[in-house]
Design a protein around this ligand. Sequence first.
Ligand SMILES: NC(=O)c1ccc[n+]([C@@H]2O[C@H](COP(=O)([O-])OP(=O)(O)OC[C@H]3O[C@@H](n4cnc5c(N)ncnc54)[C@H](OP(=O)(O)O)[C@@H]3O)[C@@H](O)[C@H]2O)c1
Length: 324
Amino acid sequence: MKALLCTGPGKPEDLTVADLPDPMAGPGEAVVRVEAAALNFFDLLIIAGKYQYKPAFPFSPGAEFAGTIESLGVGVSGFAAGDRVIGYSGWGAARQKLAIPTKRLVKMPAGLDADKASGLIVTYGTSYYALKQRGALKRGETLAVLGASGGTGLAAVELGKIMGARVIACASADEKLAFAREHGADHGVNYATRNLRDELKALGGEHGIDVVYDPIGDKYAEPALRSLAWLGRYLVVGFAAGEIPRLPFNLMLLKGCDVRGVFWGSWTERDPDGHRENTADLMRWCAAGTISGHVHAAYPLTEAAQALNDIAGRKVMGKVVLKP
Ligand SMILES: NC(=O)c1ccc[n+]([C@@H]2O[C@H](COP(=O)([O-])OP(=O)(O)OC[C@H]3O[C@@H](n4cnc5c(N)ncnc54)[C@H](OP(=O)(O)O)[C@@H]3O)[C@@H](O)[C@H]2O)c1
């Protein structure tokens, strides 16, 4: 089988496609034939050796996938060969087949497109956990989403609307804001051309913004924090814009607000029941077409560098997927 391989810390151009023996399912595992492996911003960090997870080399990138179960190891119940599934592997999905514990798999709703389904678990899972468990977002509250056309950002926009919030999408281009509006956002702020703090203050009104969802950090964090309402919640999701921001503590004091960390991968391990419940909601909404799982582009394994450079170059709206 073909596998995309990262053989040492490096750039997207350093990835190679190699022939490997087919995997065998160990106890509790399934071998899945991968139809689509979705990429995330953090794949750039993993292949550079700069992410919190550091797999041993060589490994395949790709944290999430959709495919069909080909065979099962001993001790598996609830799954059968031929089942269509999606899964979270952390890394390792950008290959034609992978062996994975079945506890990391969820059956795919019937009729769902594999490309869209492949990108649901990480981005929607992170954003739903962030807004529900960490942000306690309530109906009628105002939510500002930074990086609103990206993978996690778009998911936060769509889920914020499902949860009954007024959603302000913030992004670096008018076409990205138009895209976020098509997916439910009520307002848009272009932080490349406008003053983020002033715009959020105006849209938040006297009350302010209840929840900020921030997957980008850097120079955008402090202006967004300054727009928060009394008892507002600031959700720290990621630092796609580069620097990890340092925030003045007096703002938390003056606003009585919270800055809350979001570490979805760790939470899925610590609270598997909560994770299962969240995933069930997401699958239901996905089957009903309430969440889009928008795919920007699909590439073969041989064009993985292009796919990852599109993410690095802020060109992607929604997700990019690889088709092994
Ligand atoms: N905490 C968790 O559990 C968790 C889970 C998943 C992902 N994450 C993190 O969340 C962050 C976003 O992930 P994602 O999958 O949503 O990424 P993405 O699809 O690439 O979107 C990131 C967005 O960041 C914005 N951005 C601003 N400056 C950028 C820069 N210099 N380079 C690239 N993008 C830039 C871009 O929007 P504009 O051009 O509009 O600014 C882009 O749409 C990453 O840091 C990732 O590691 C965290």
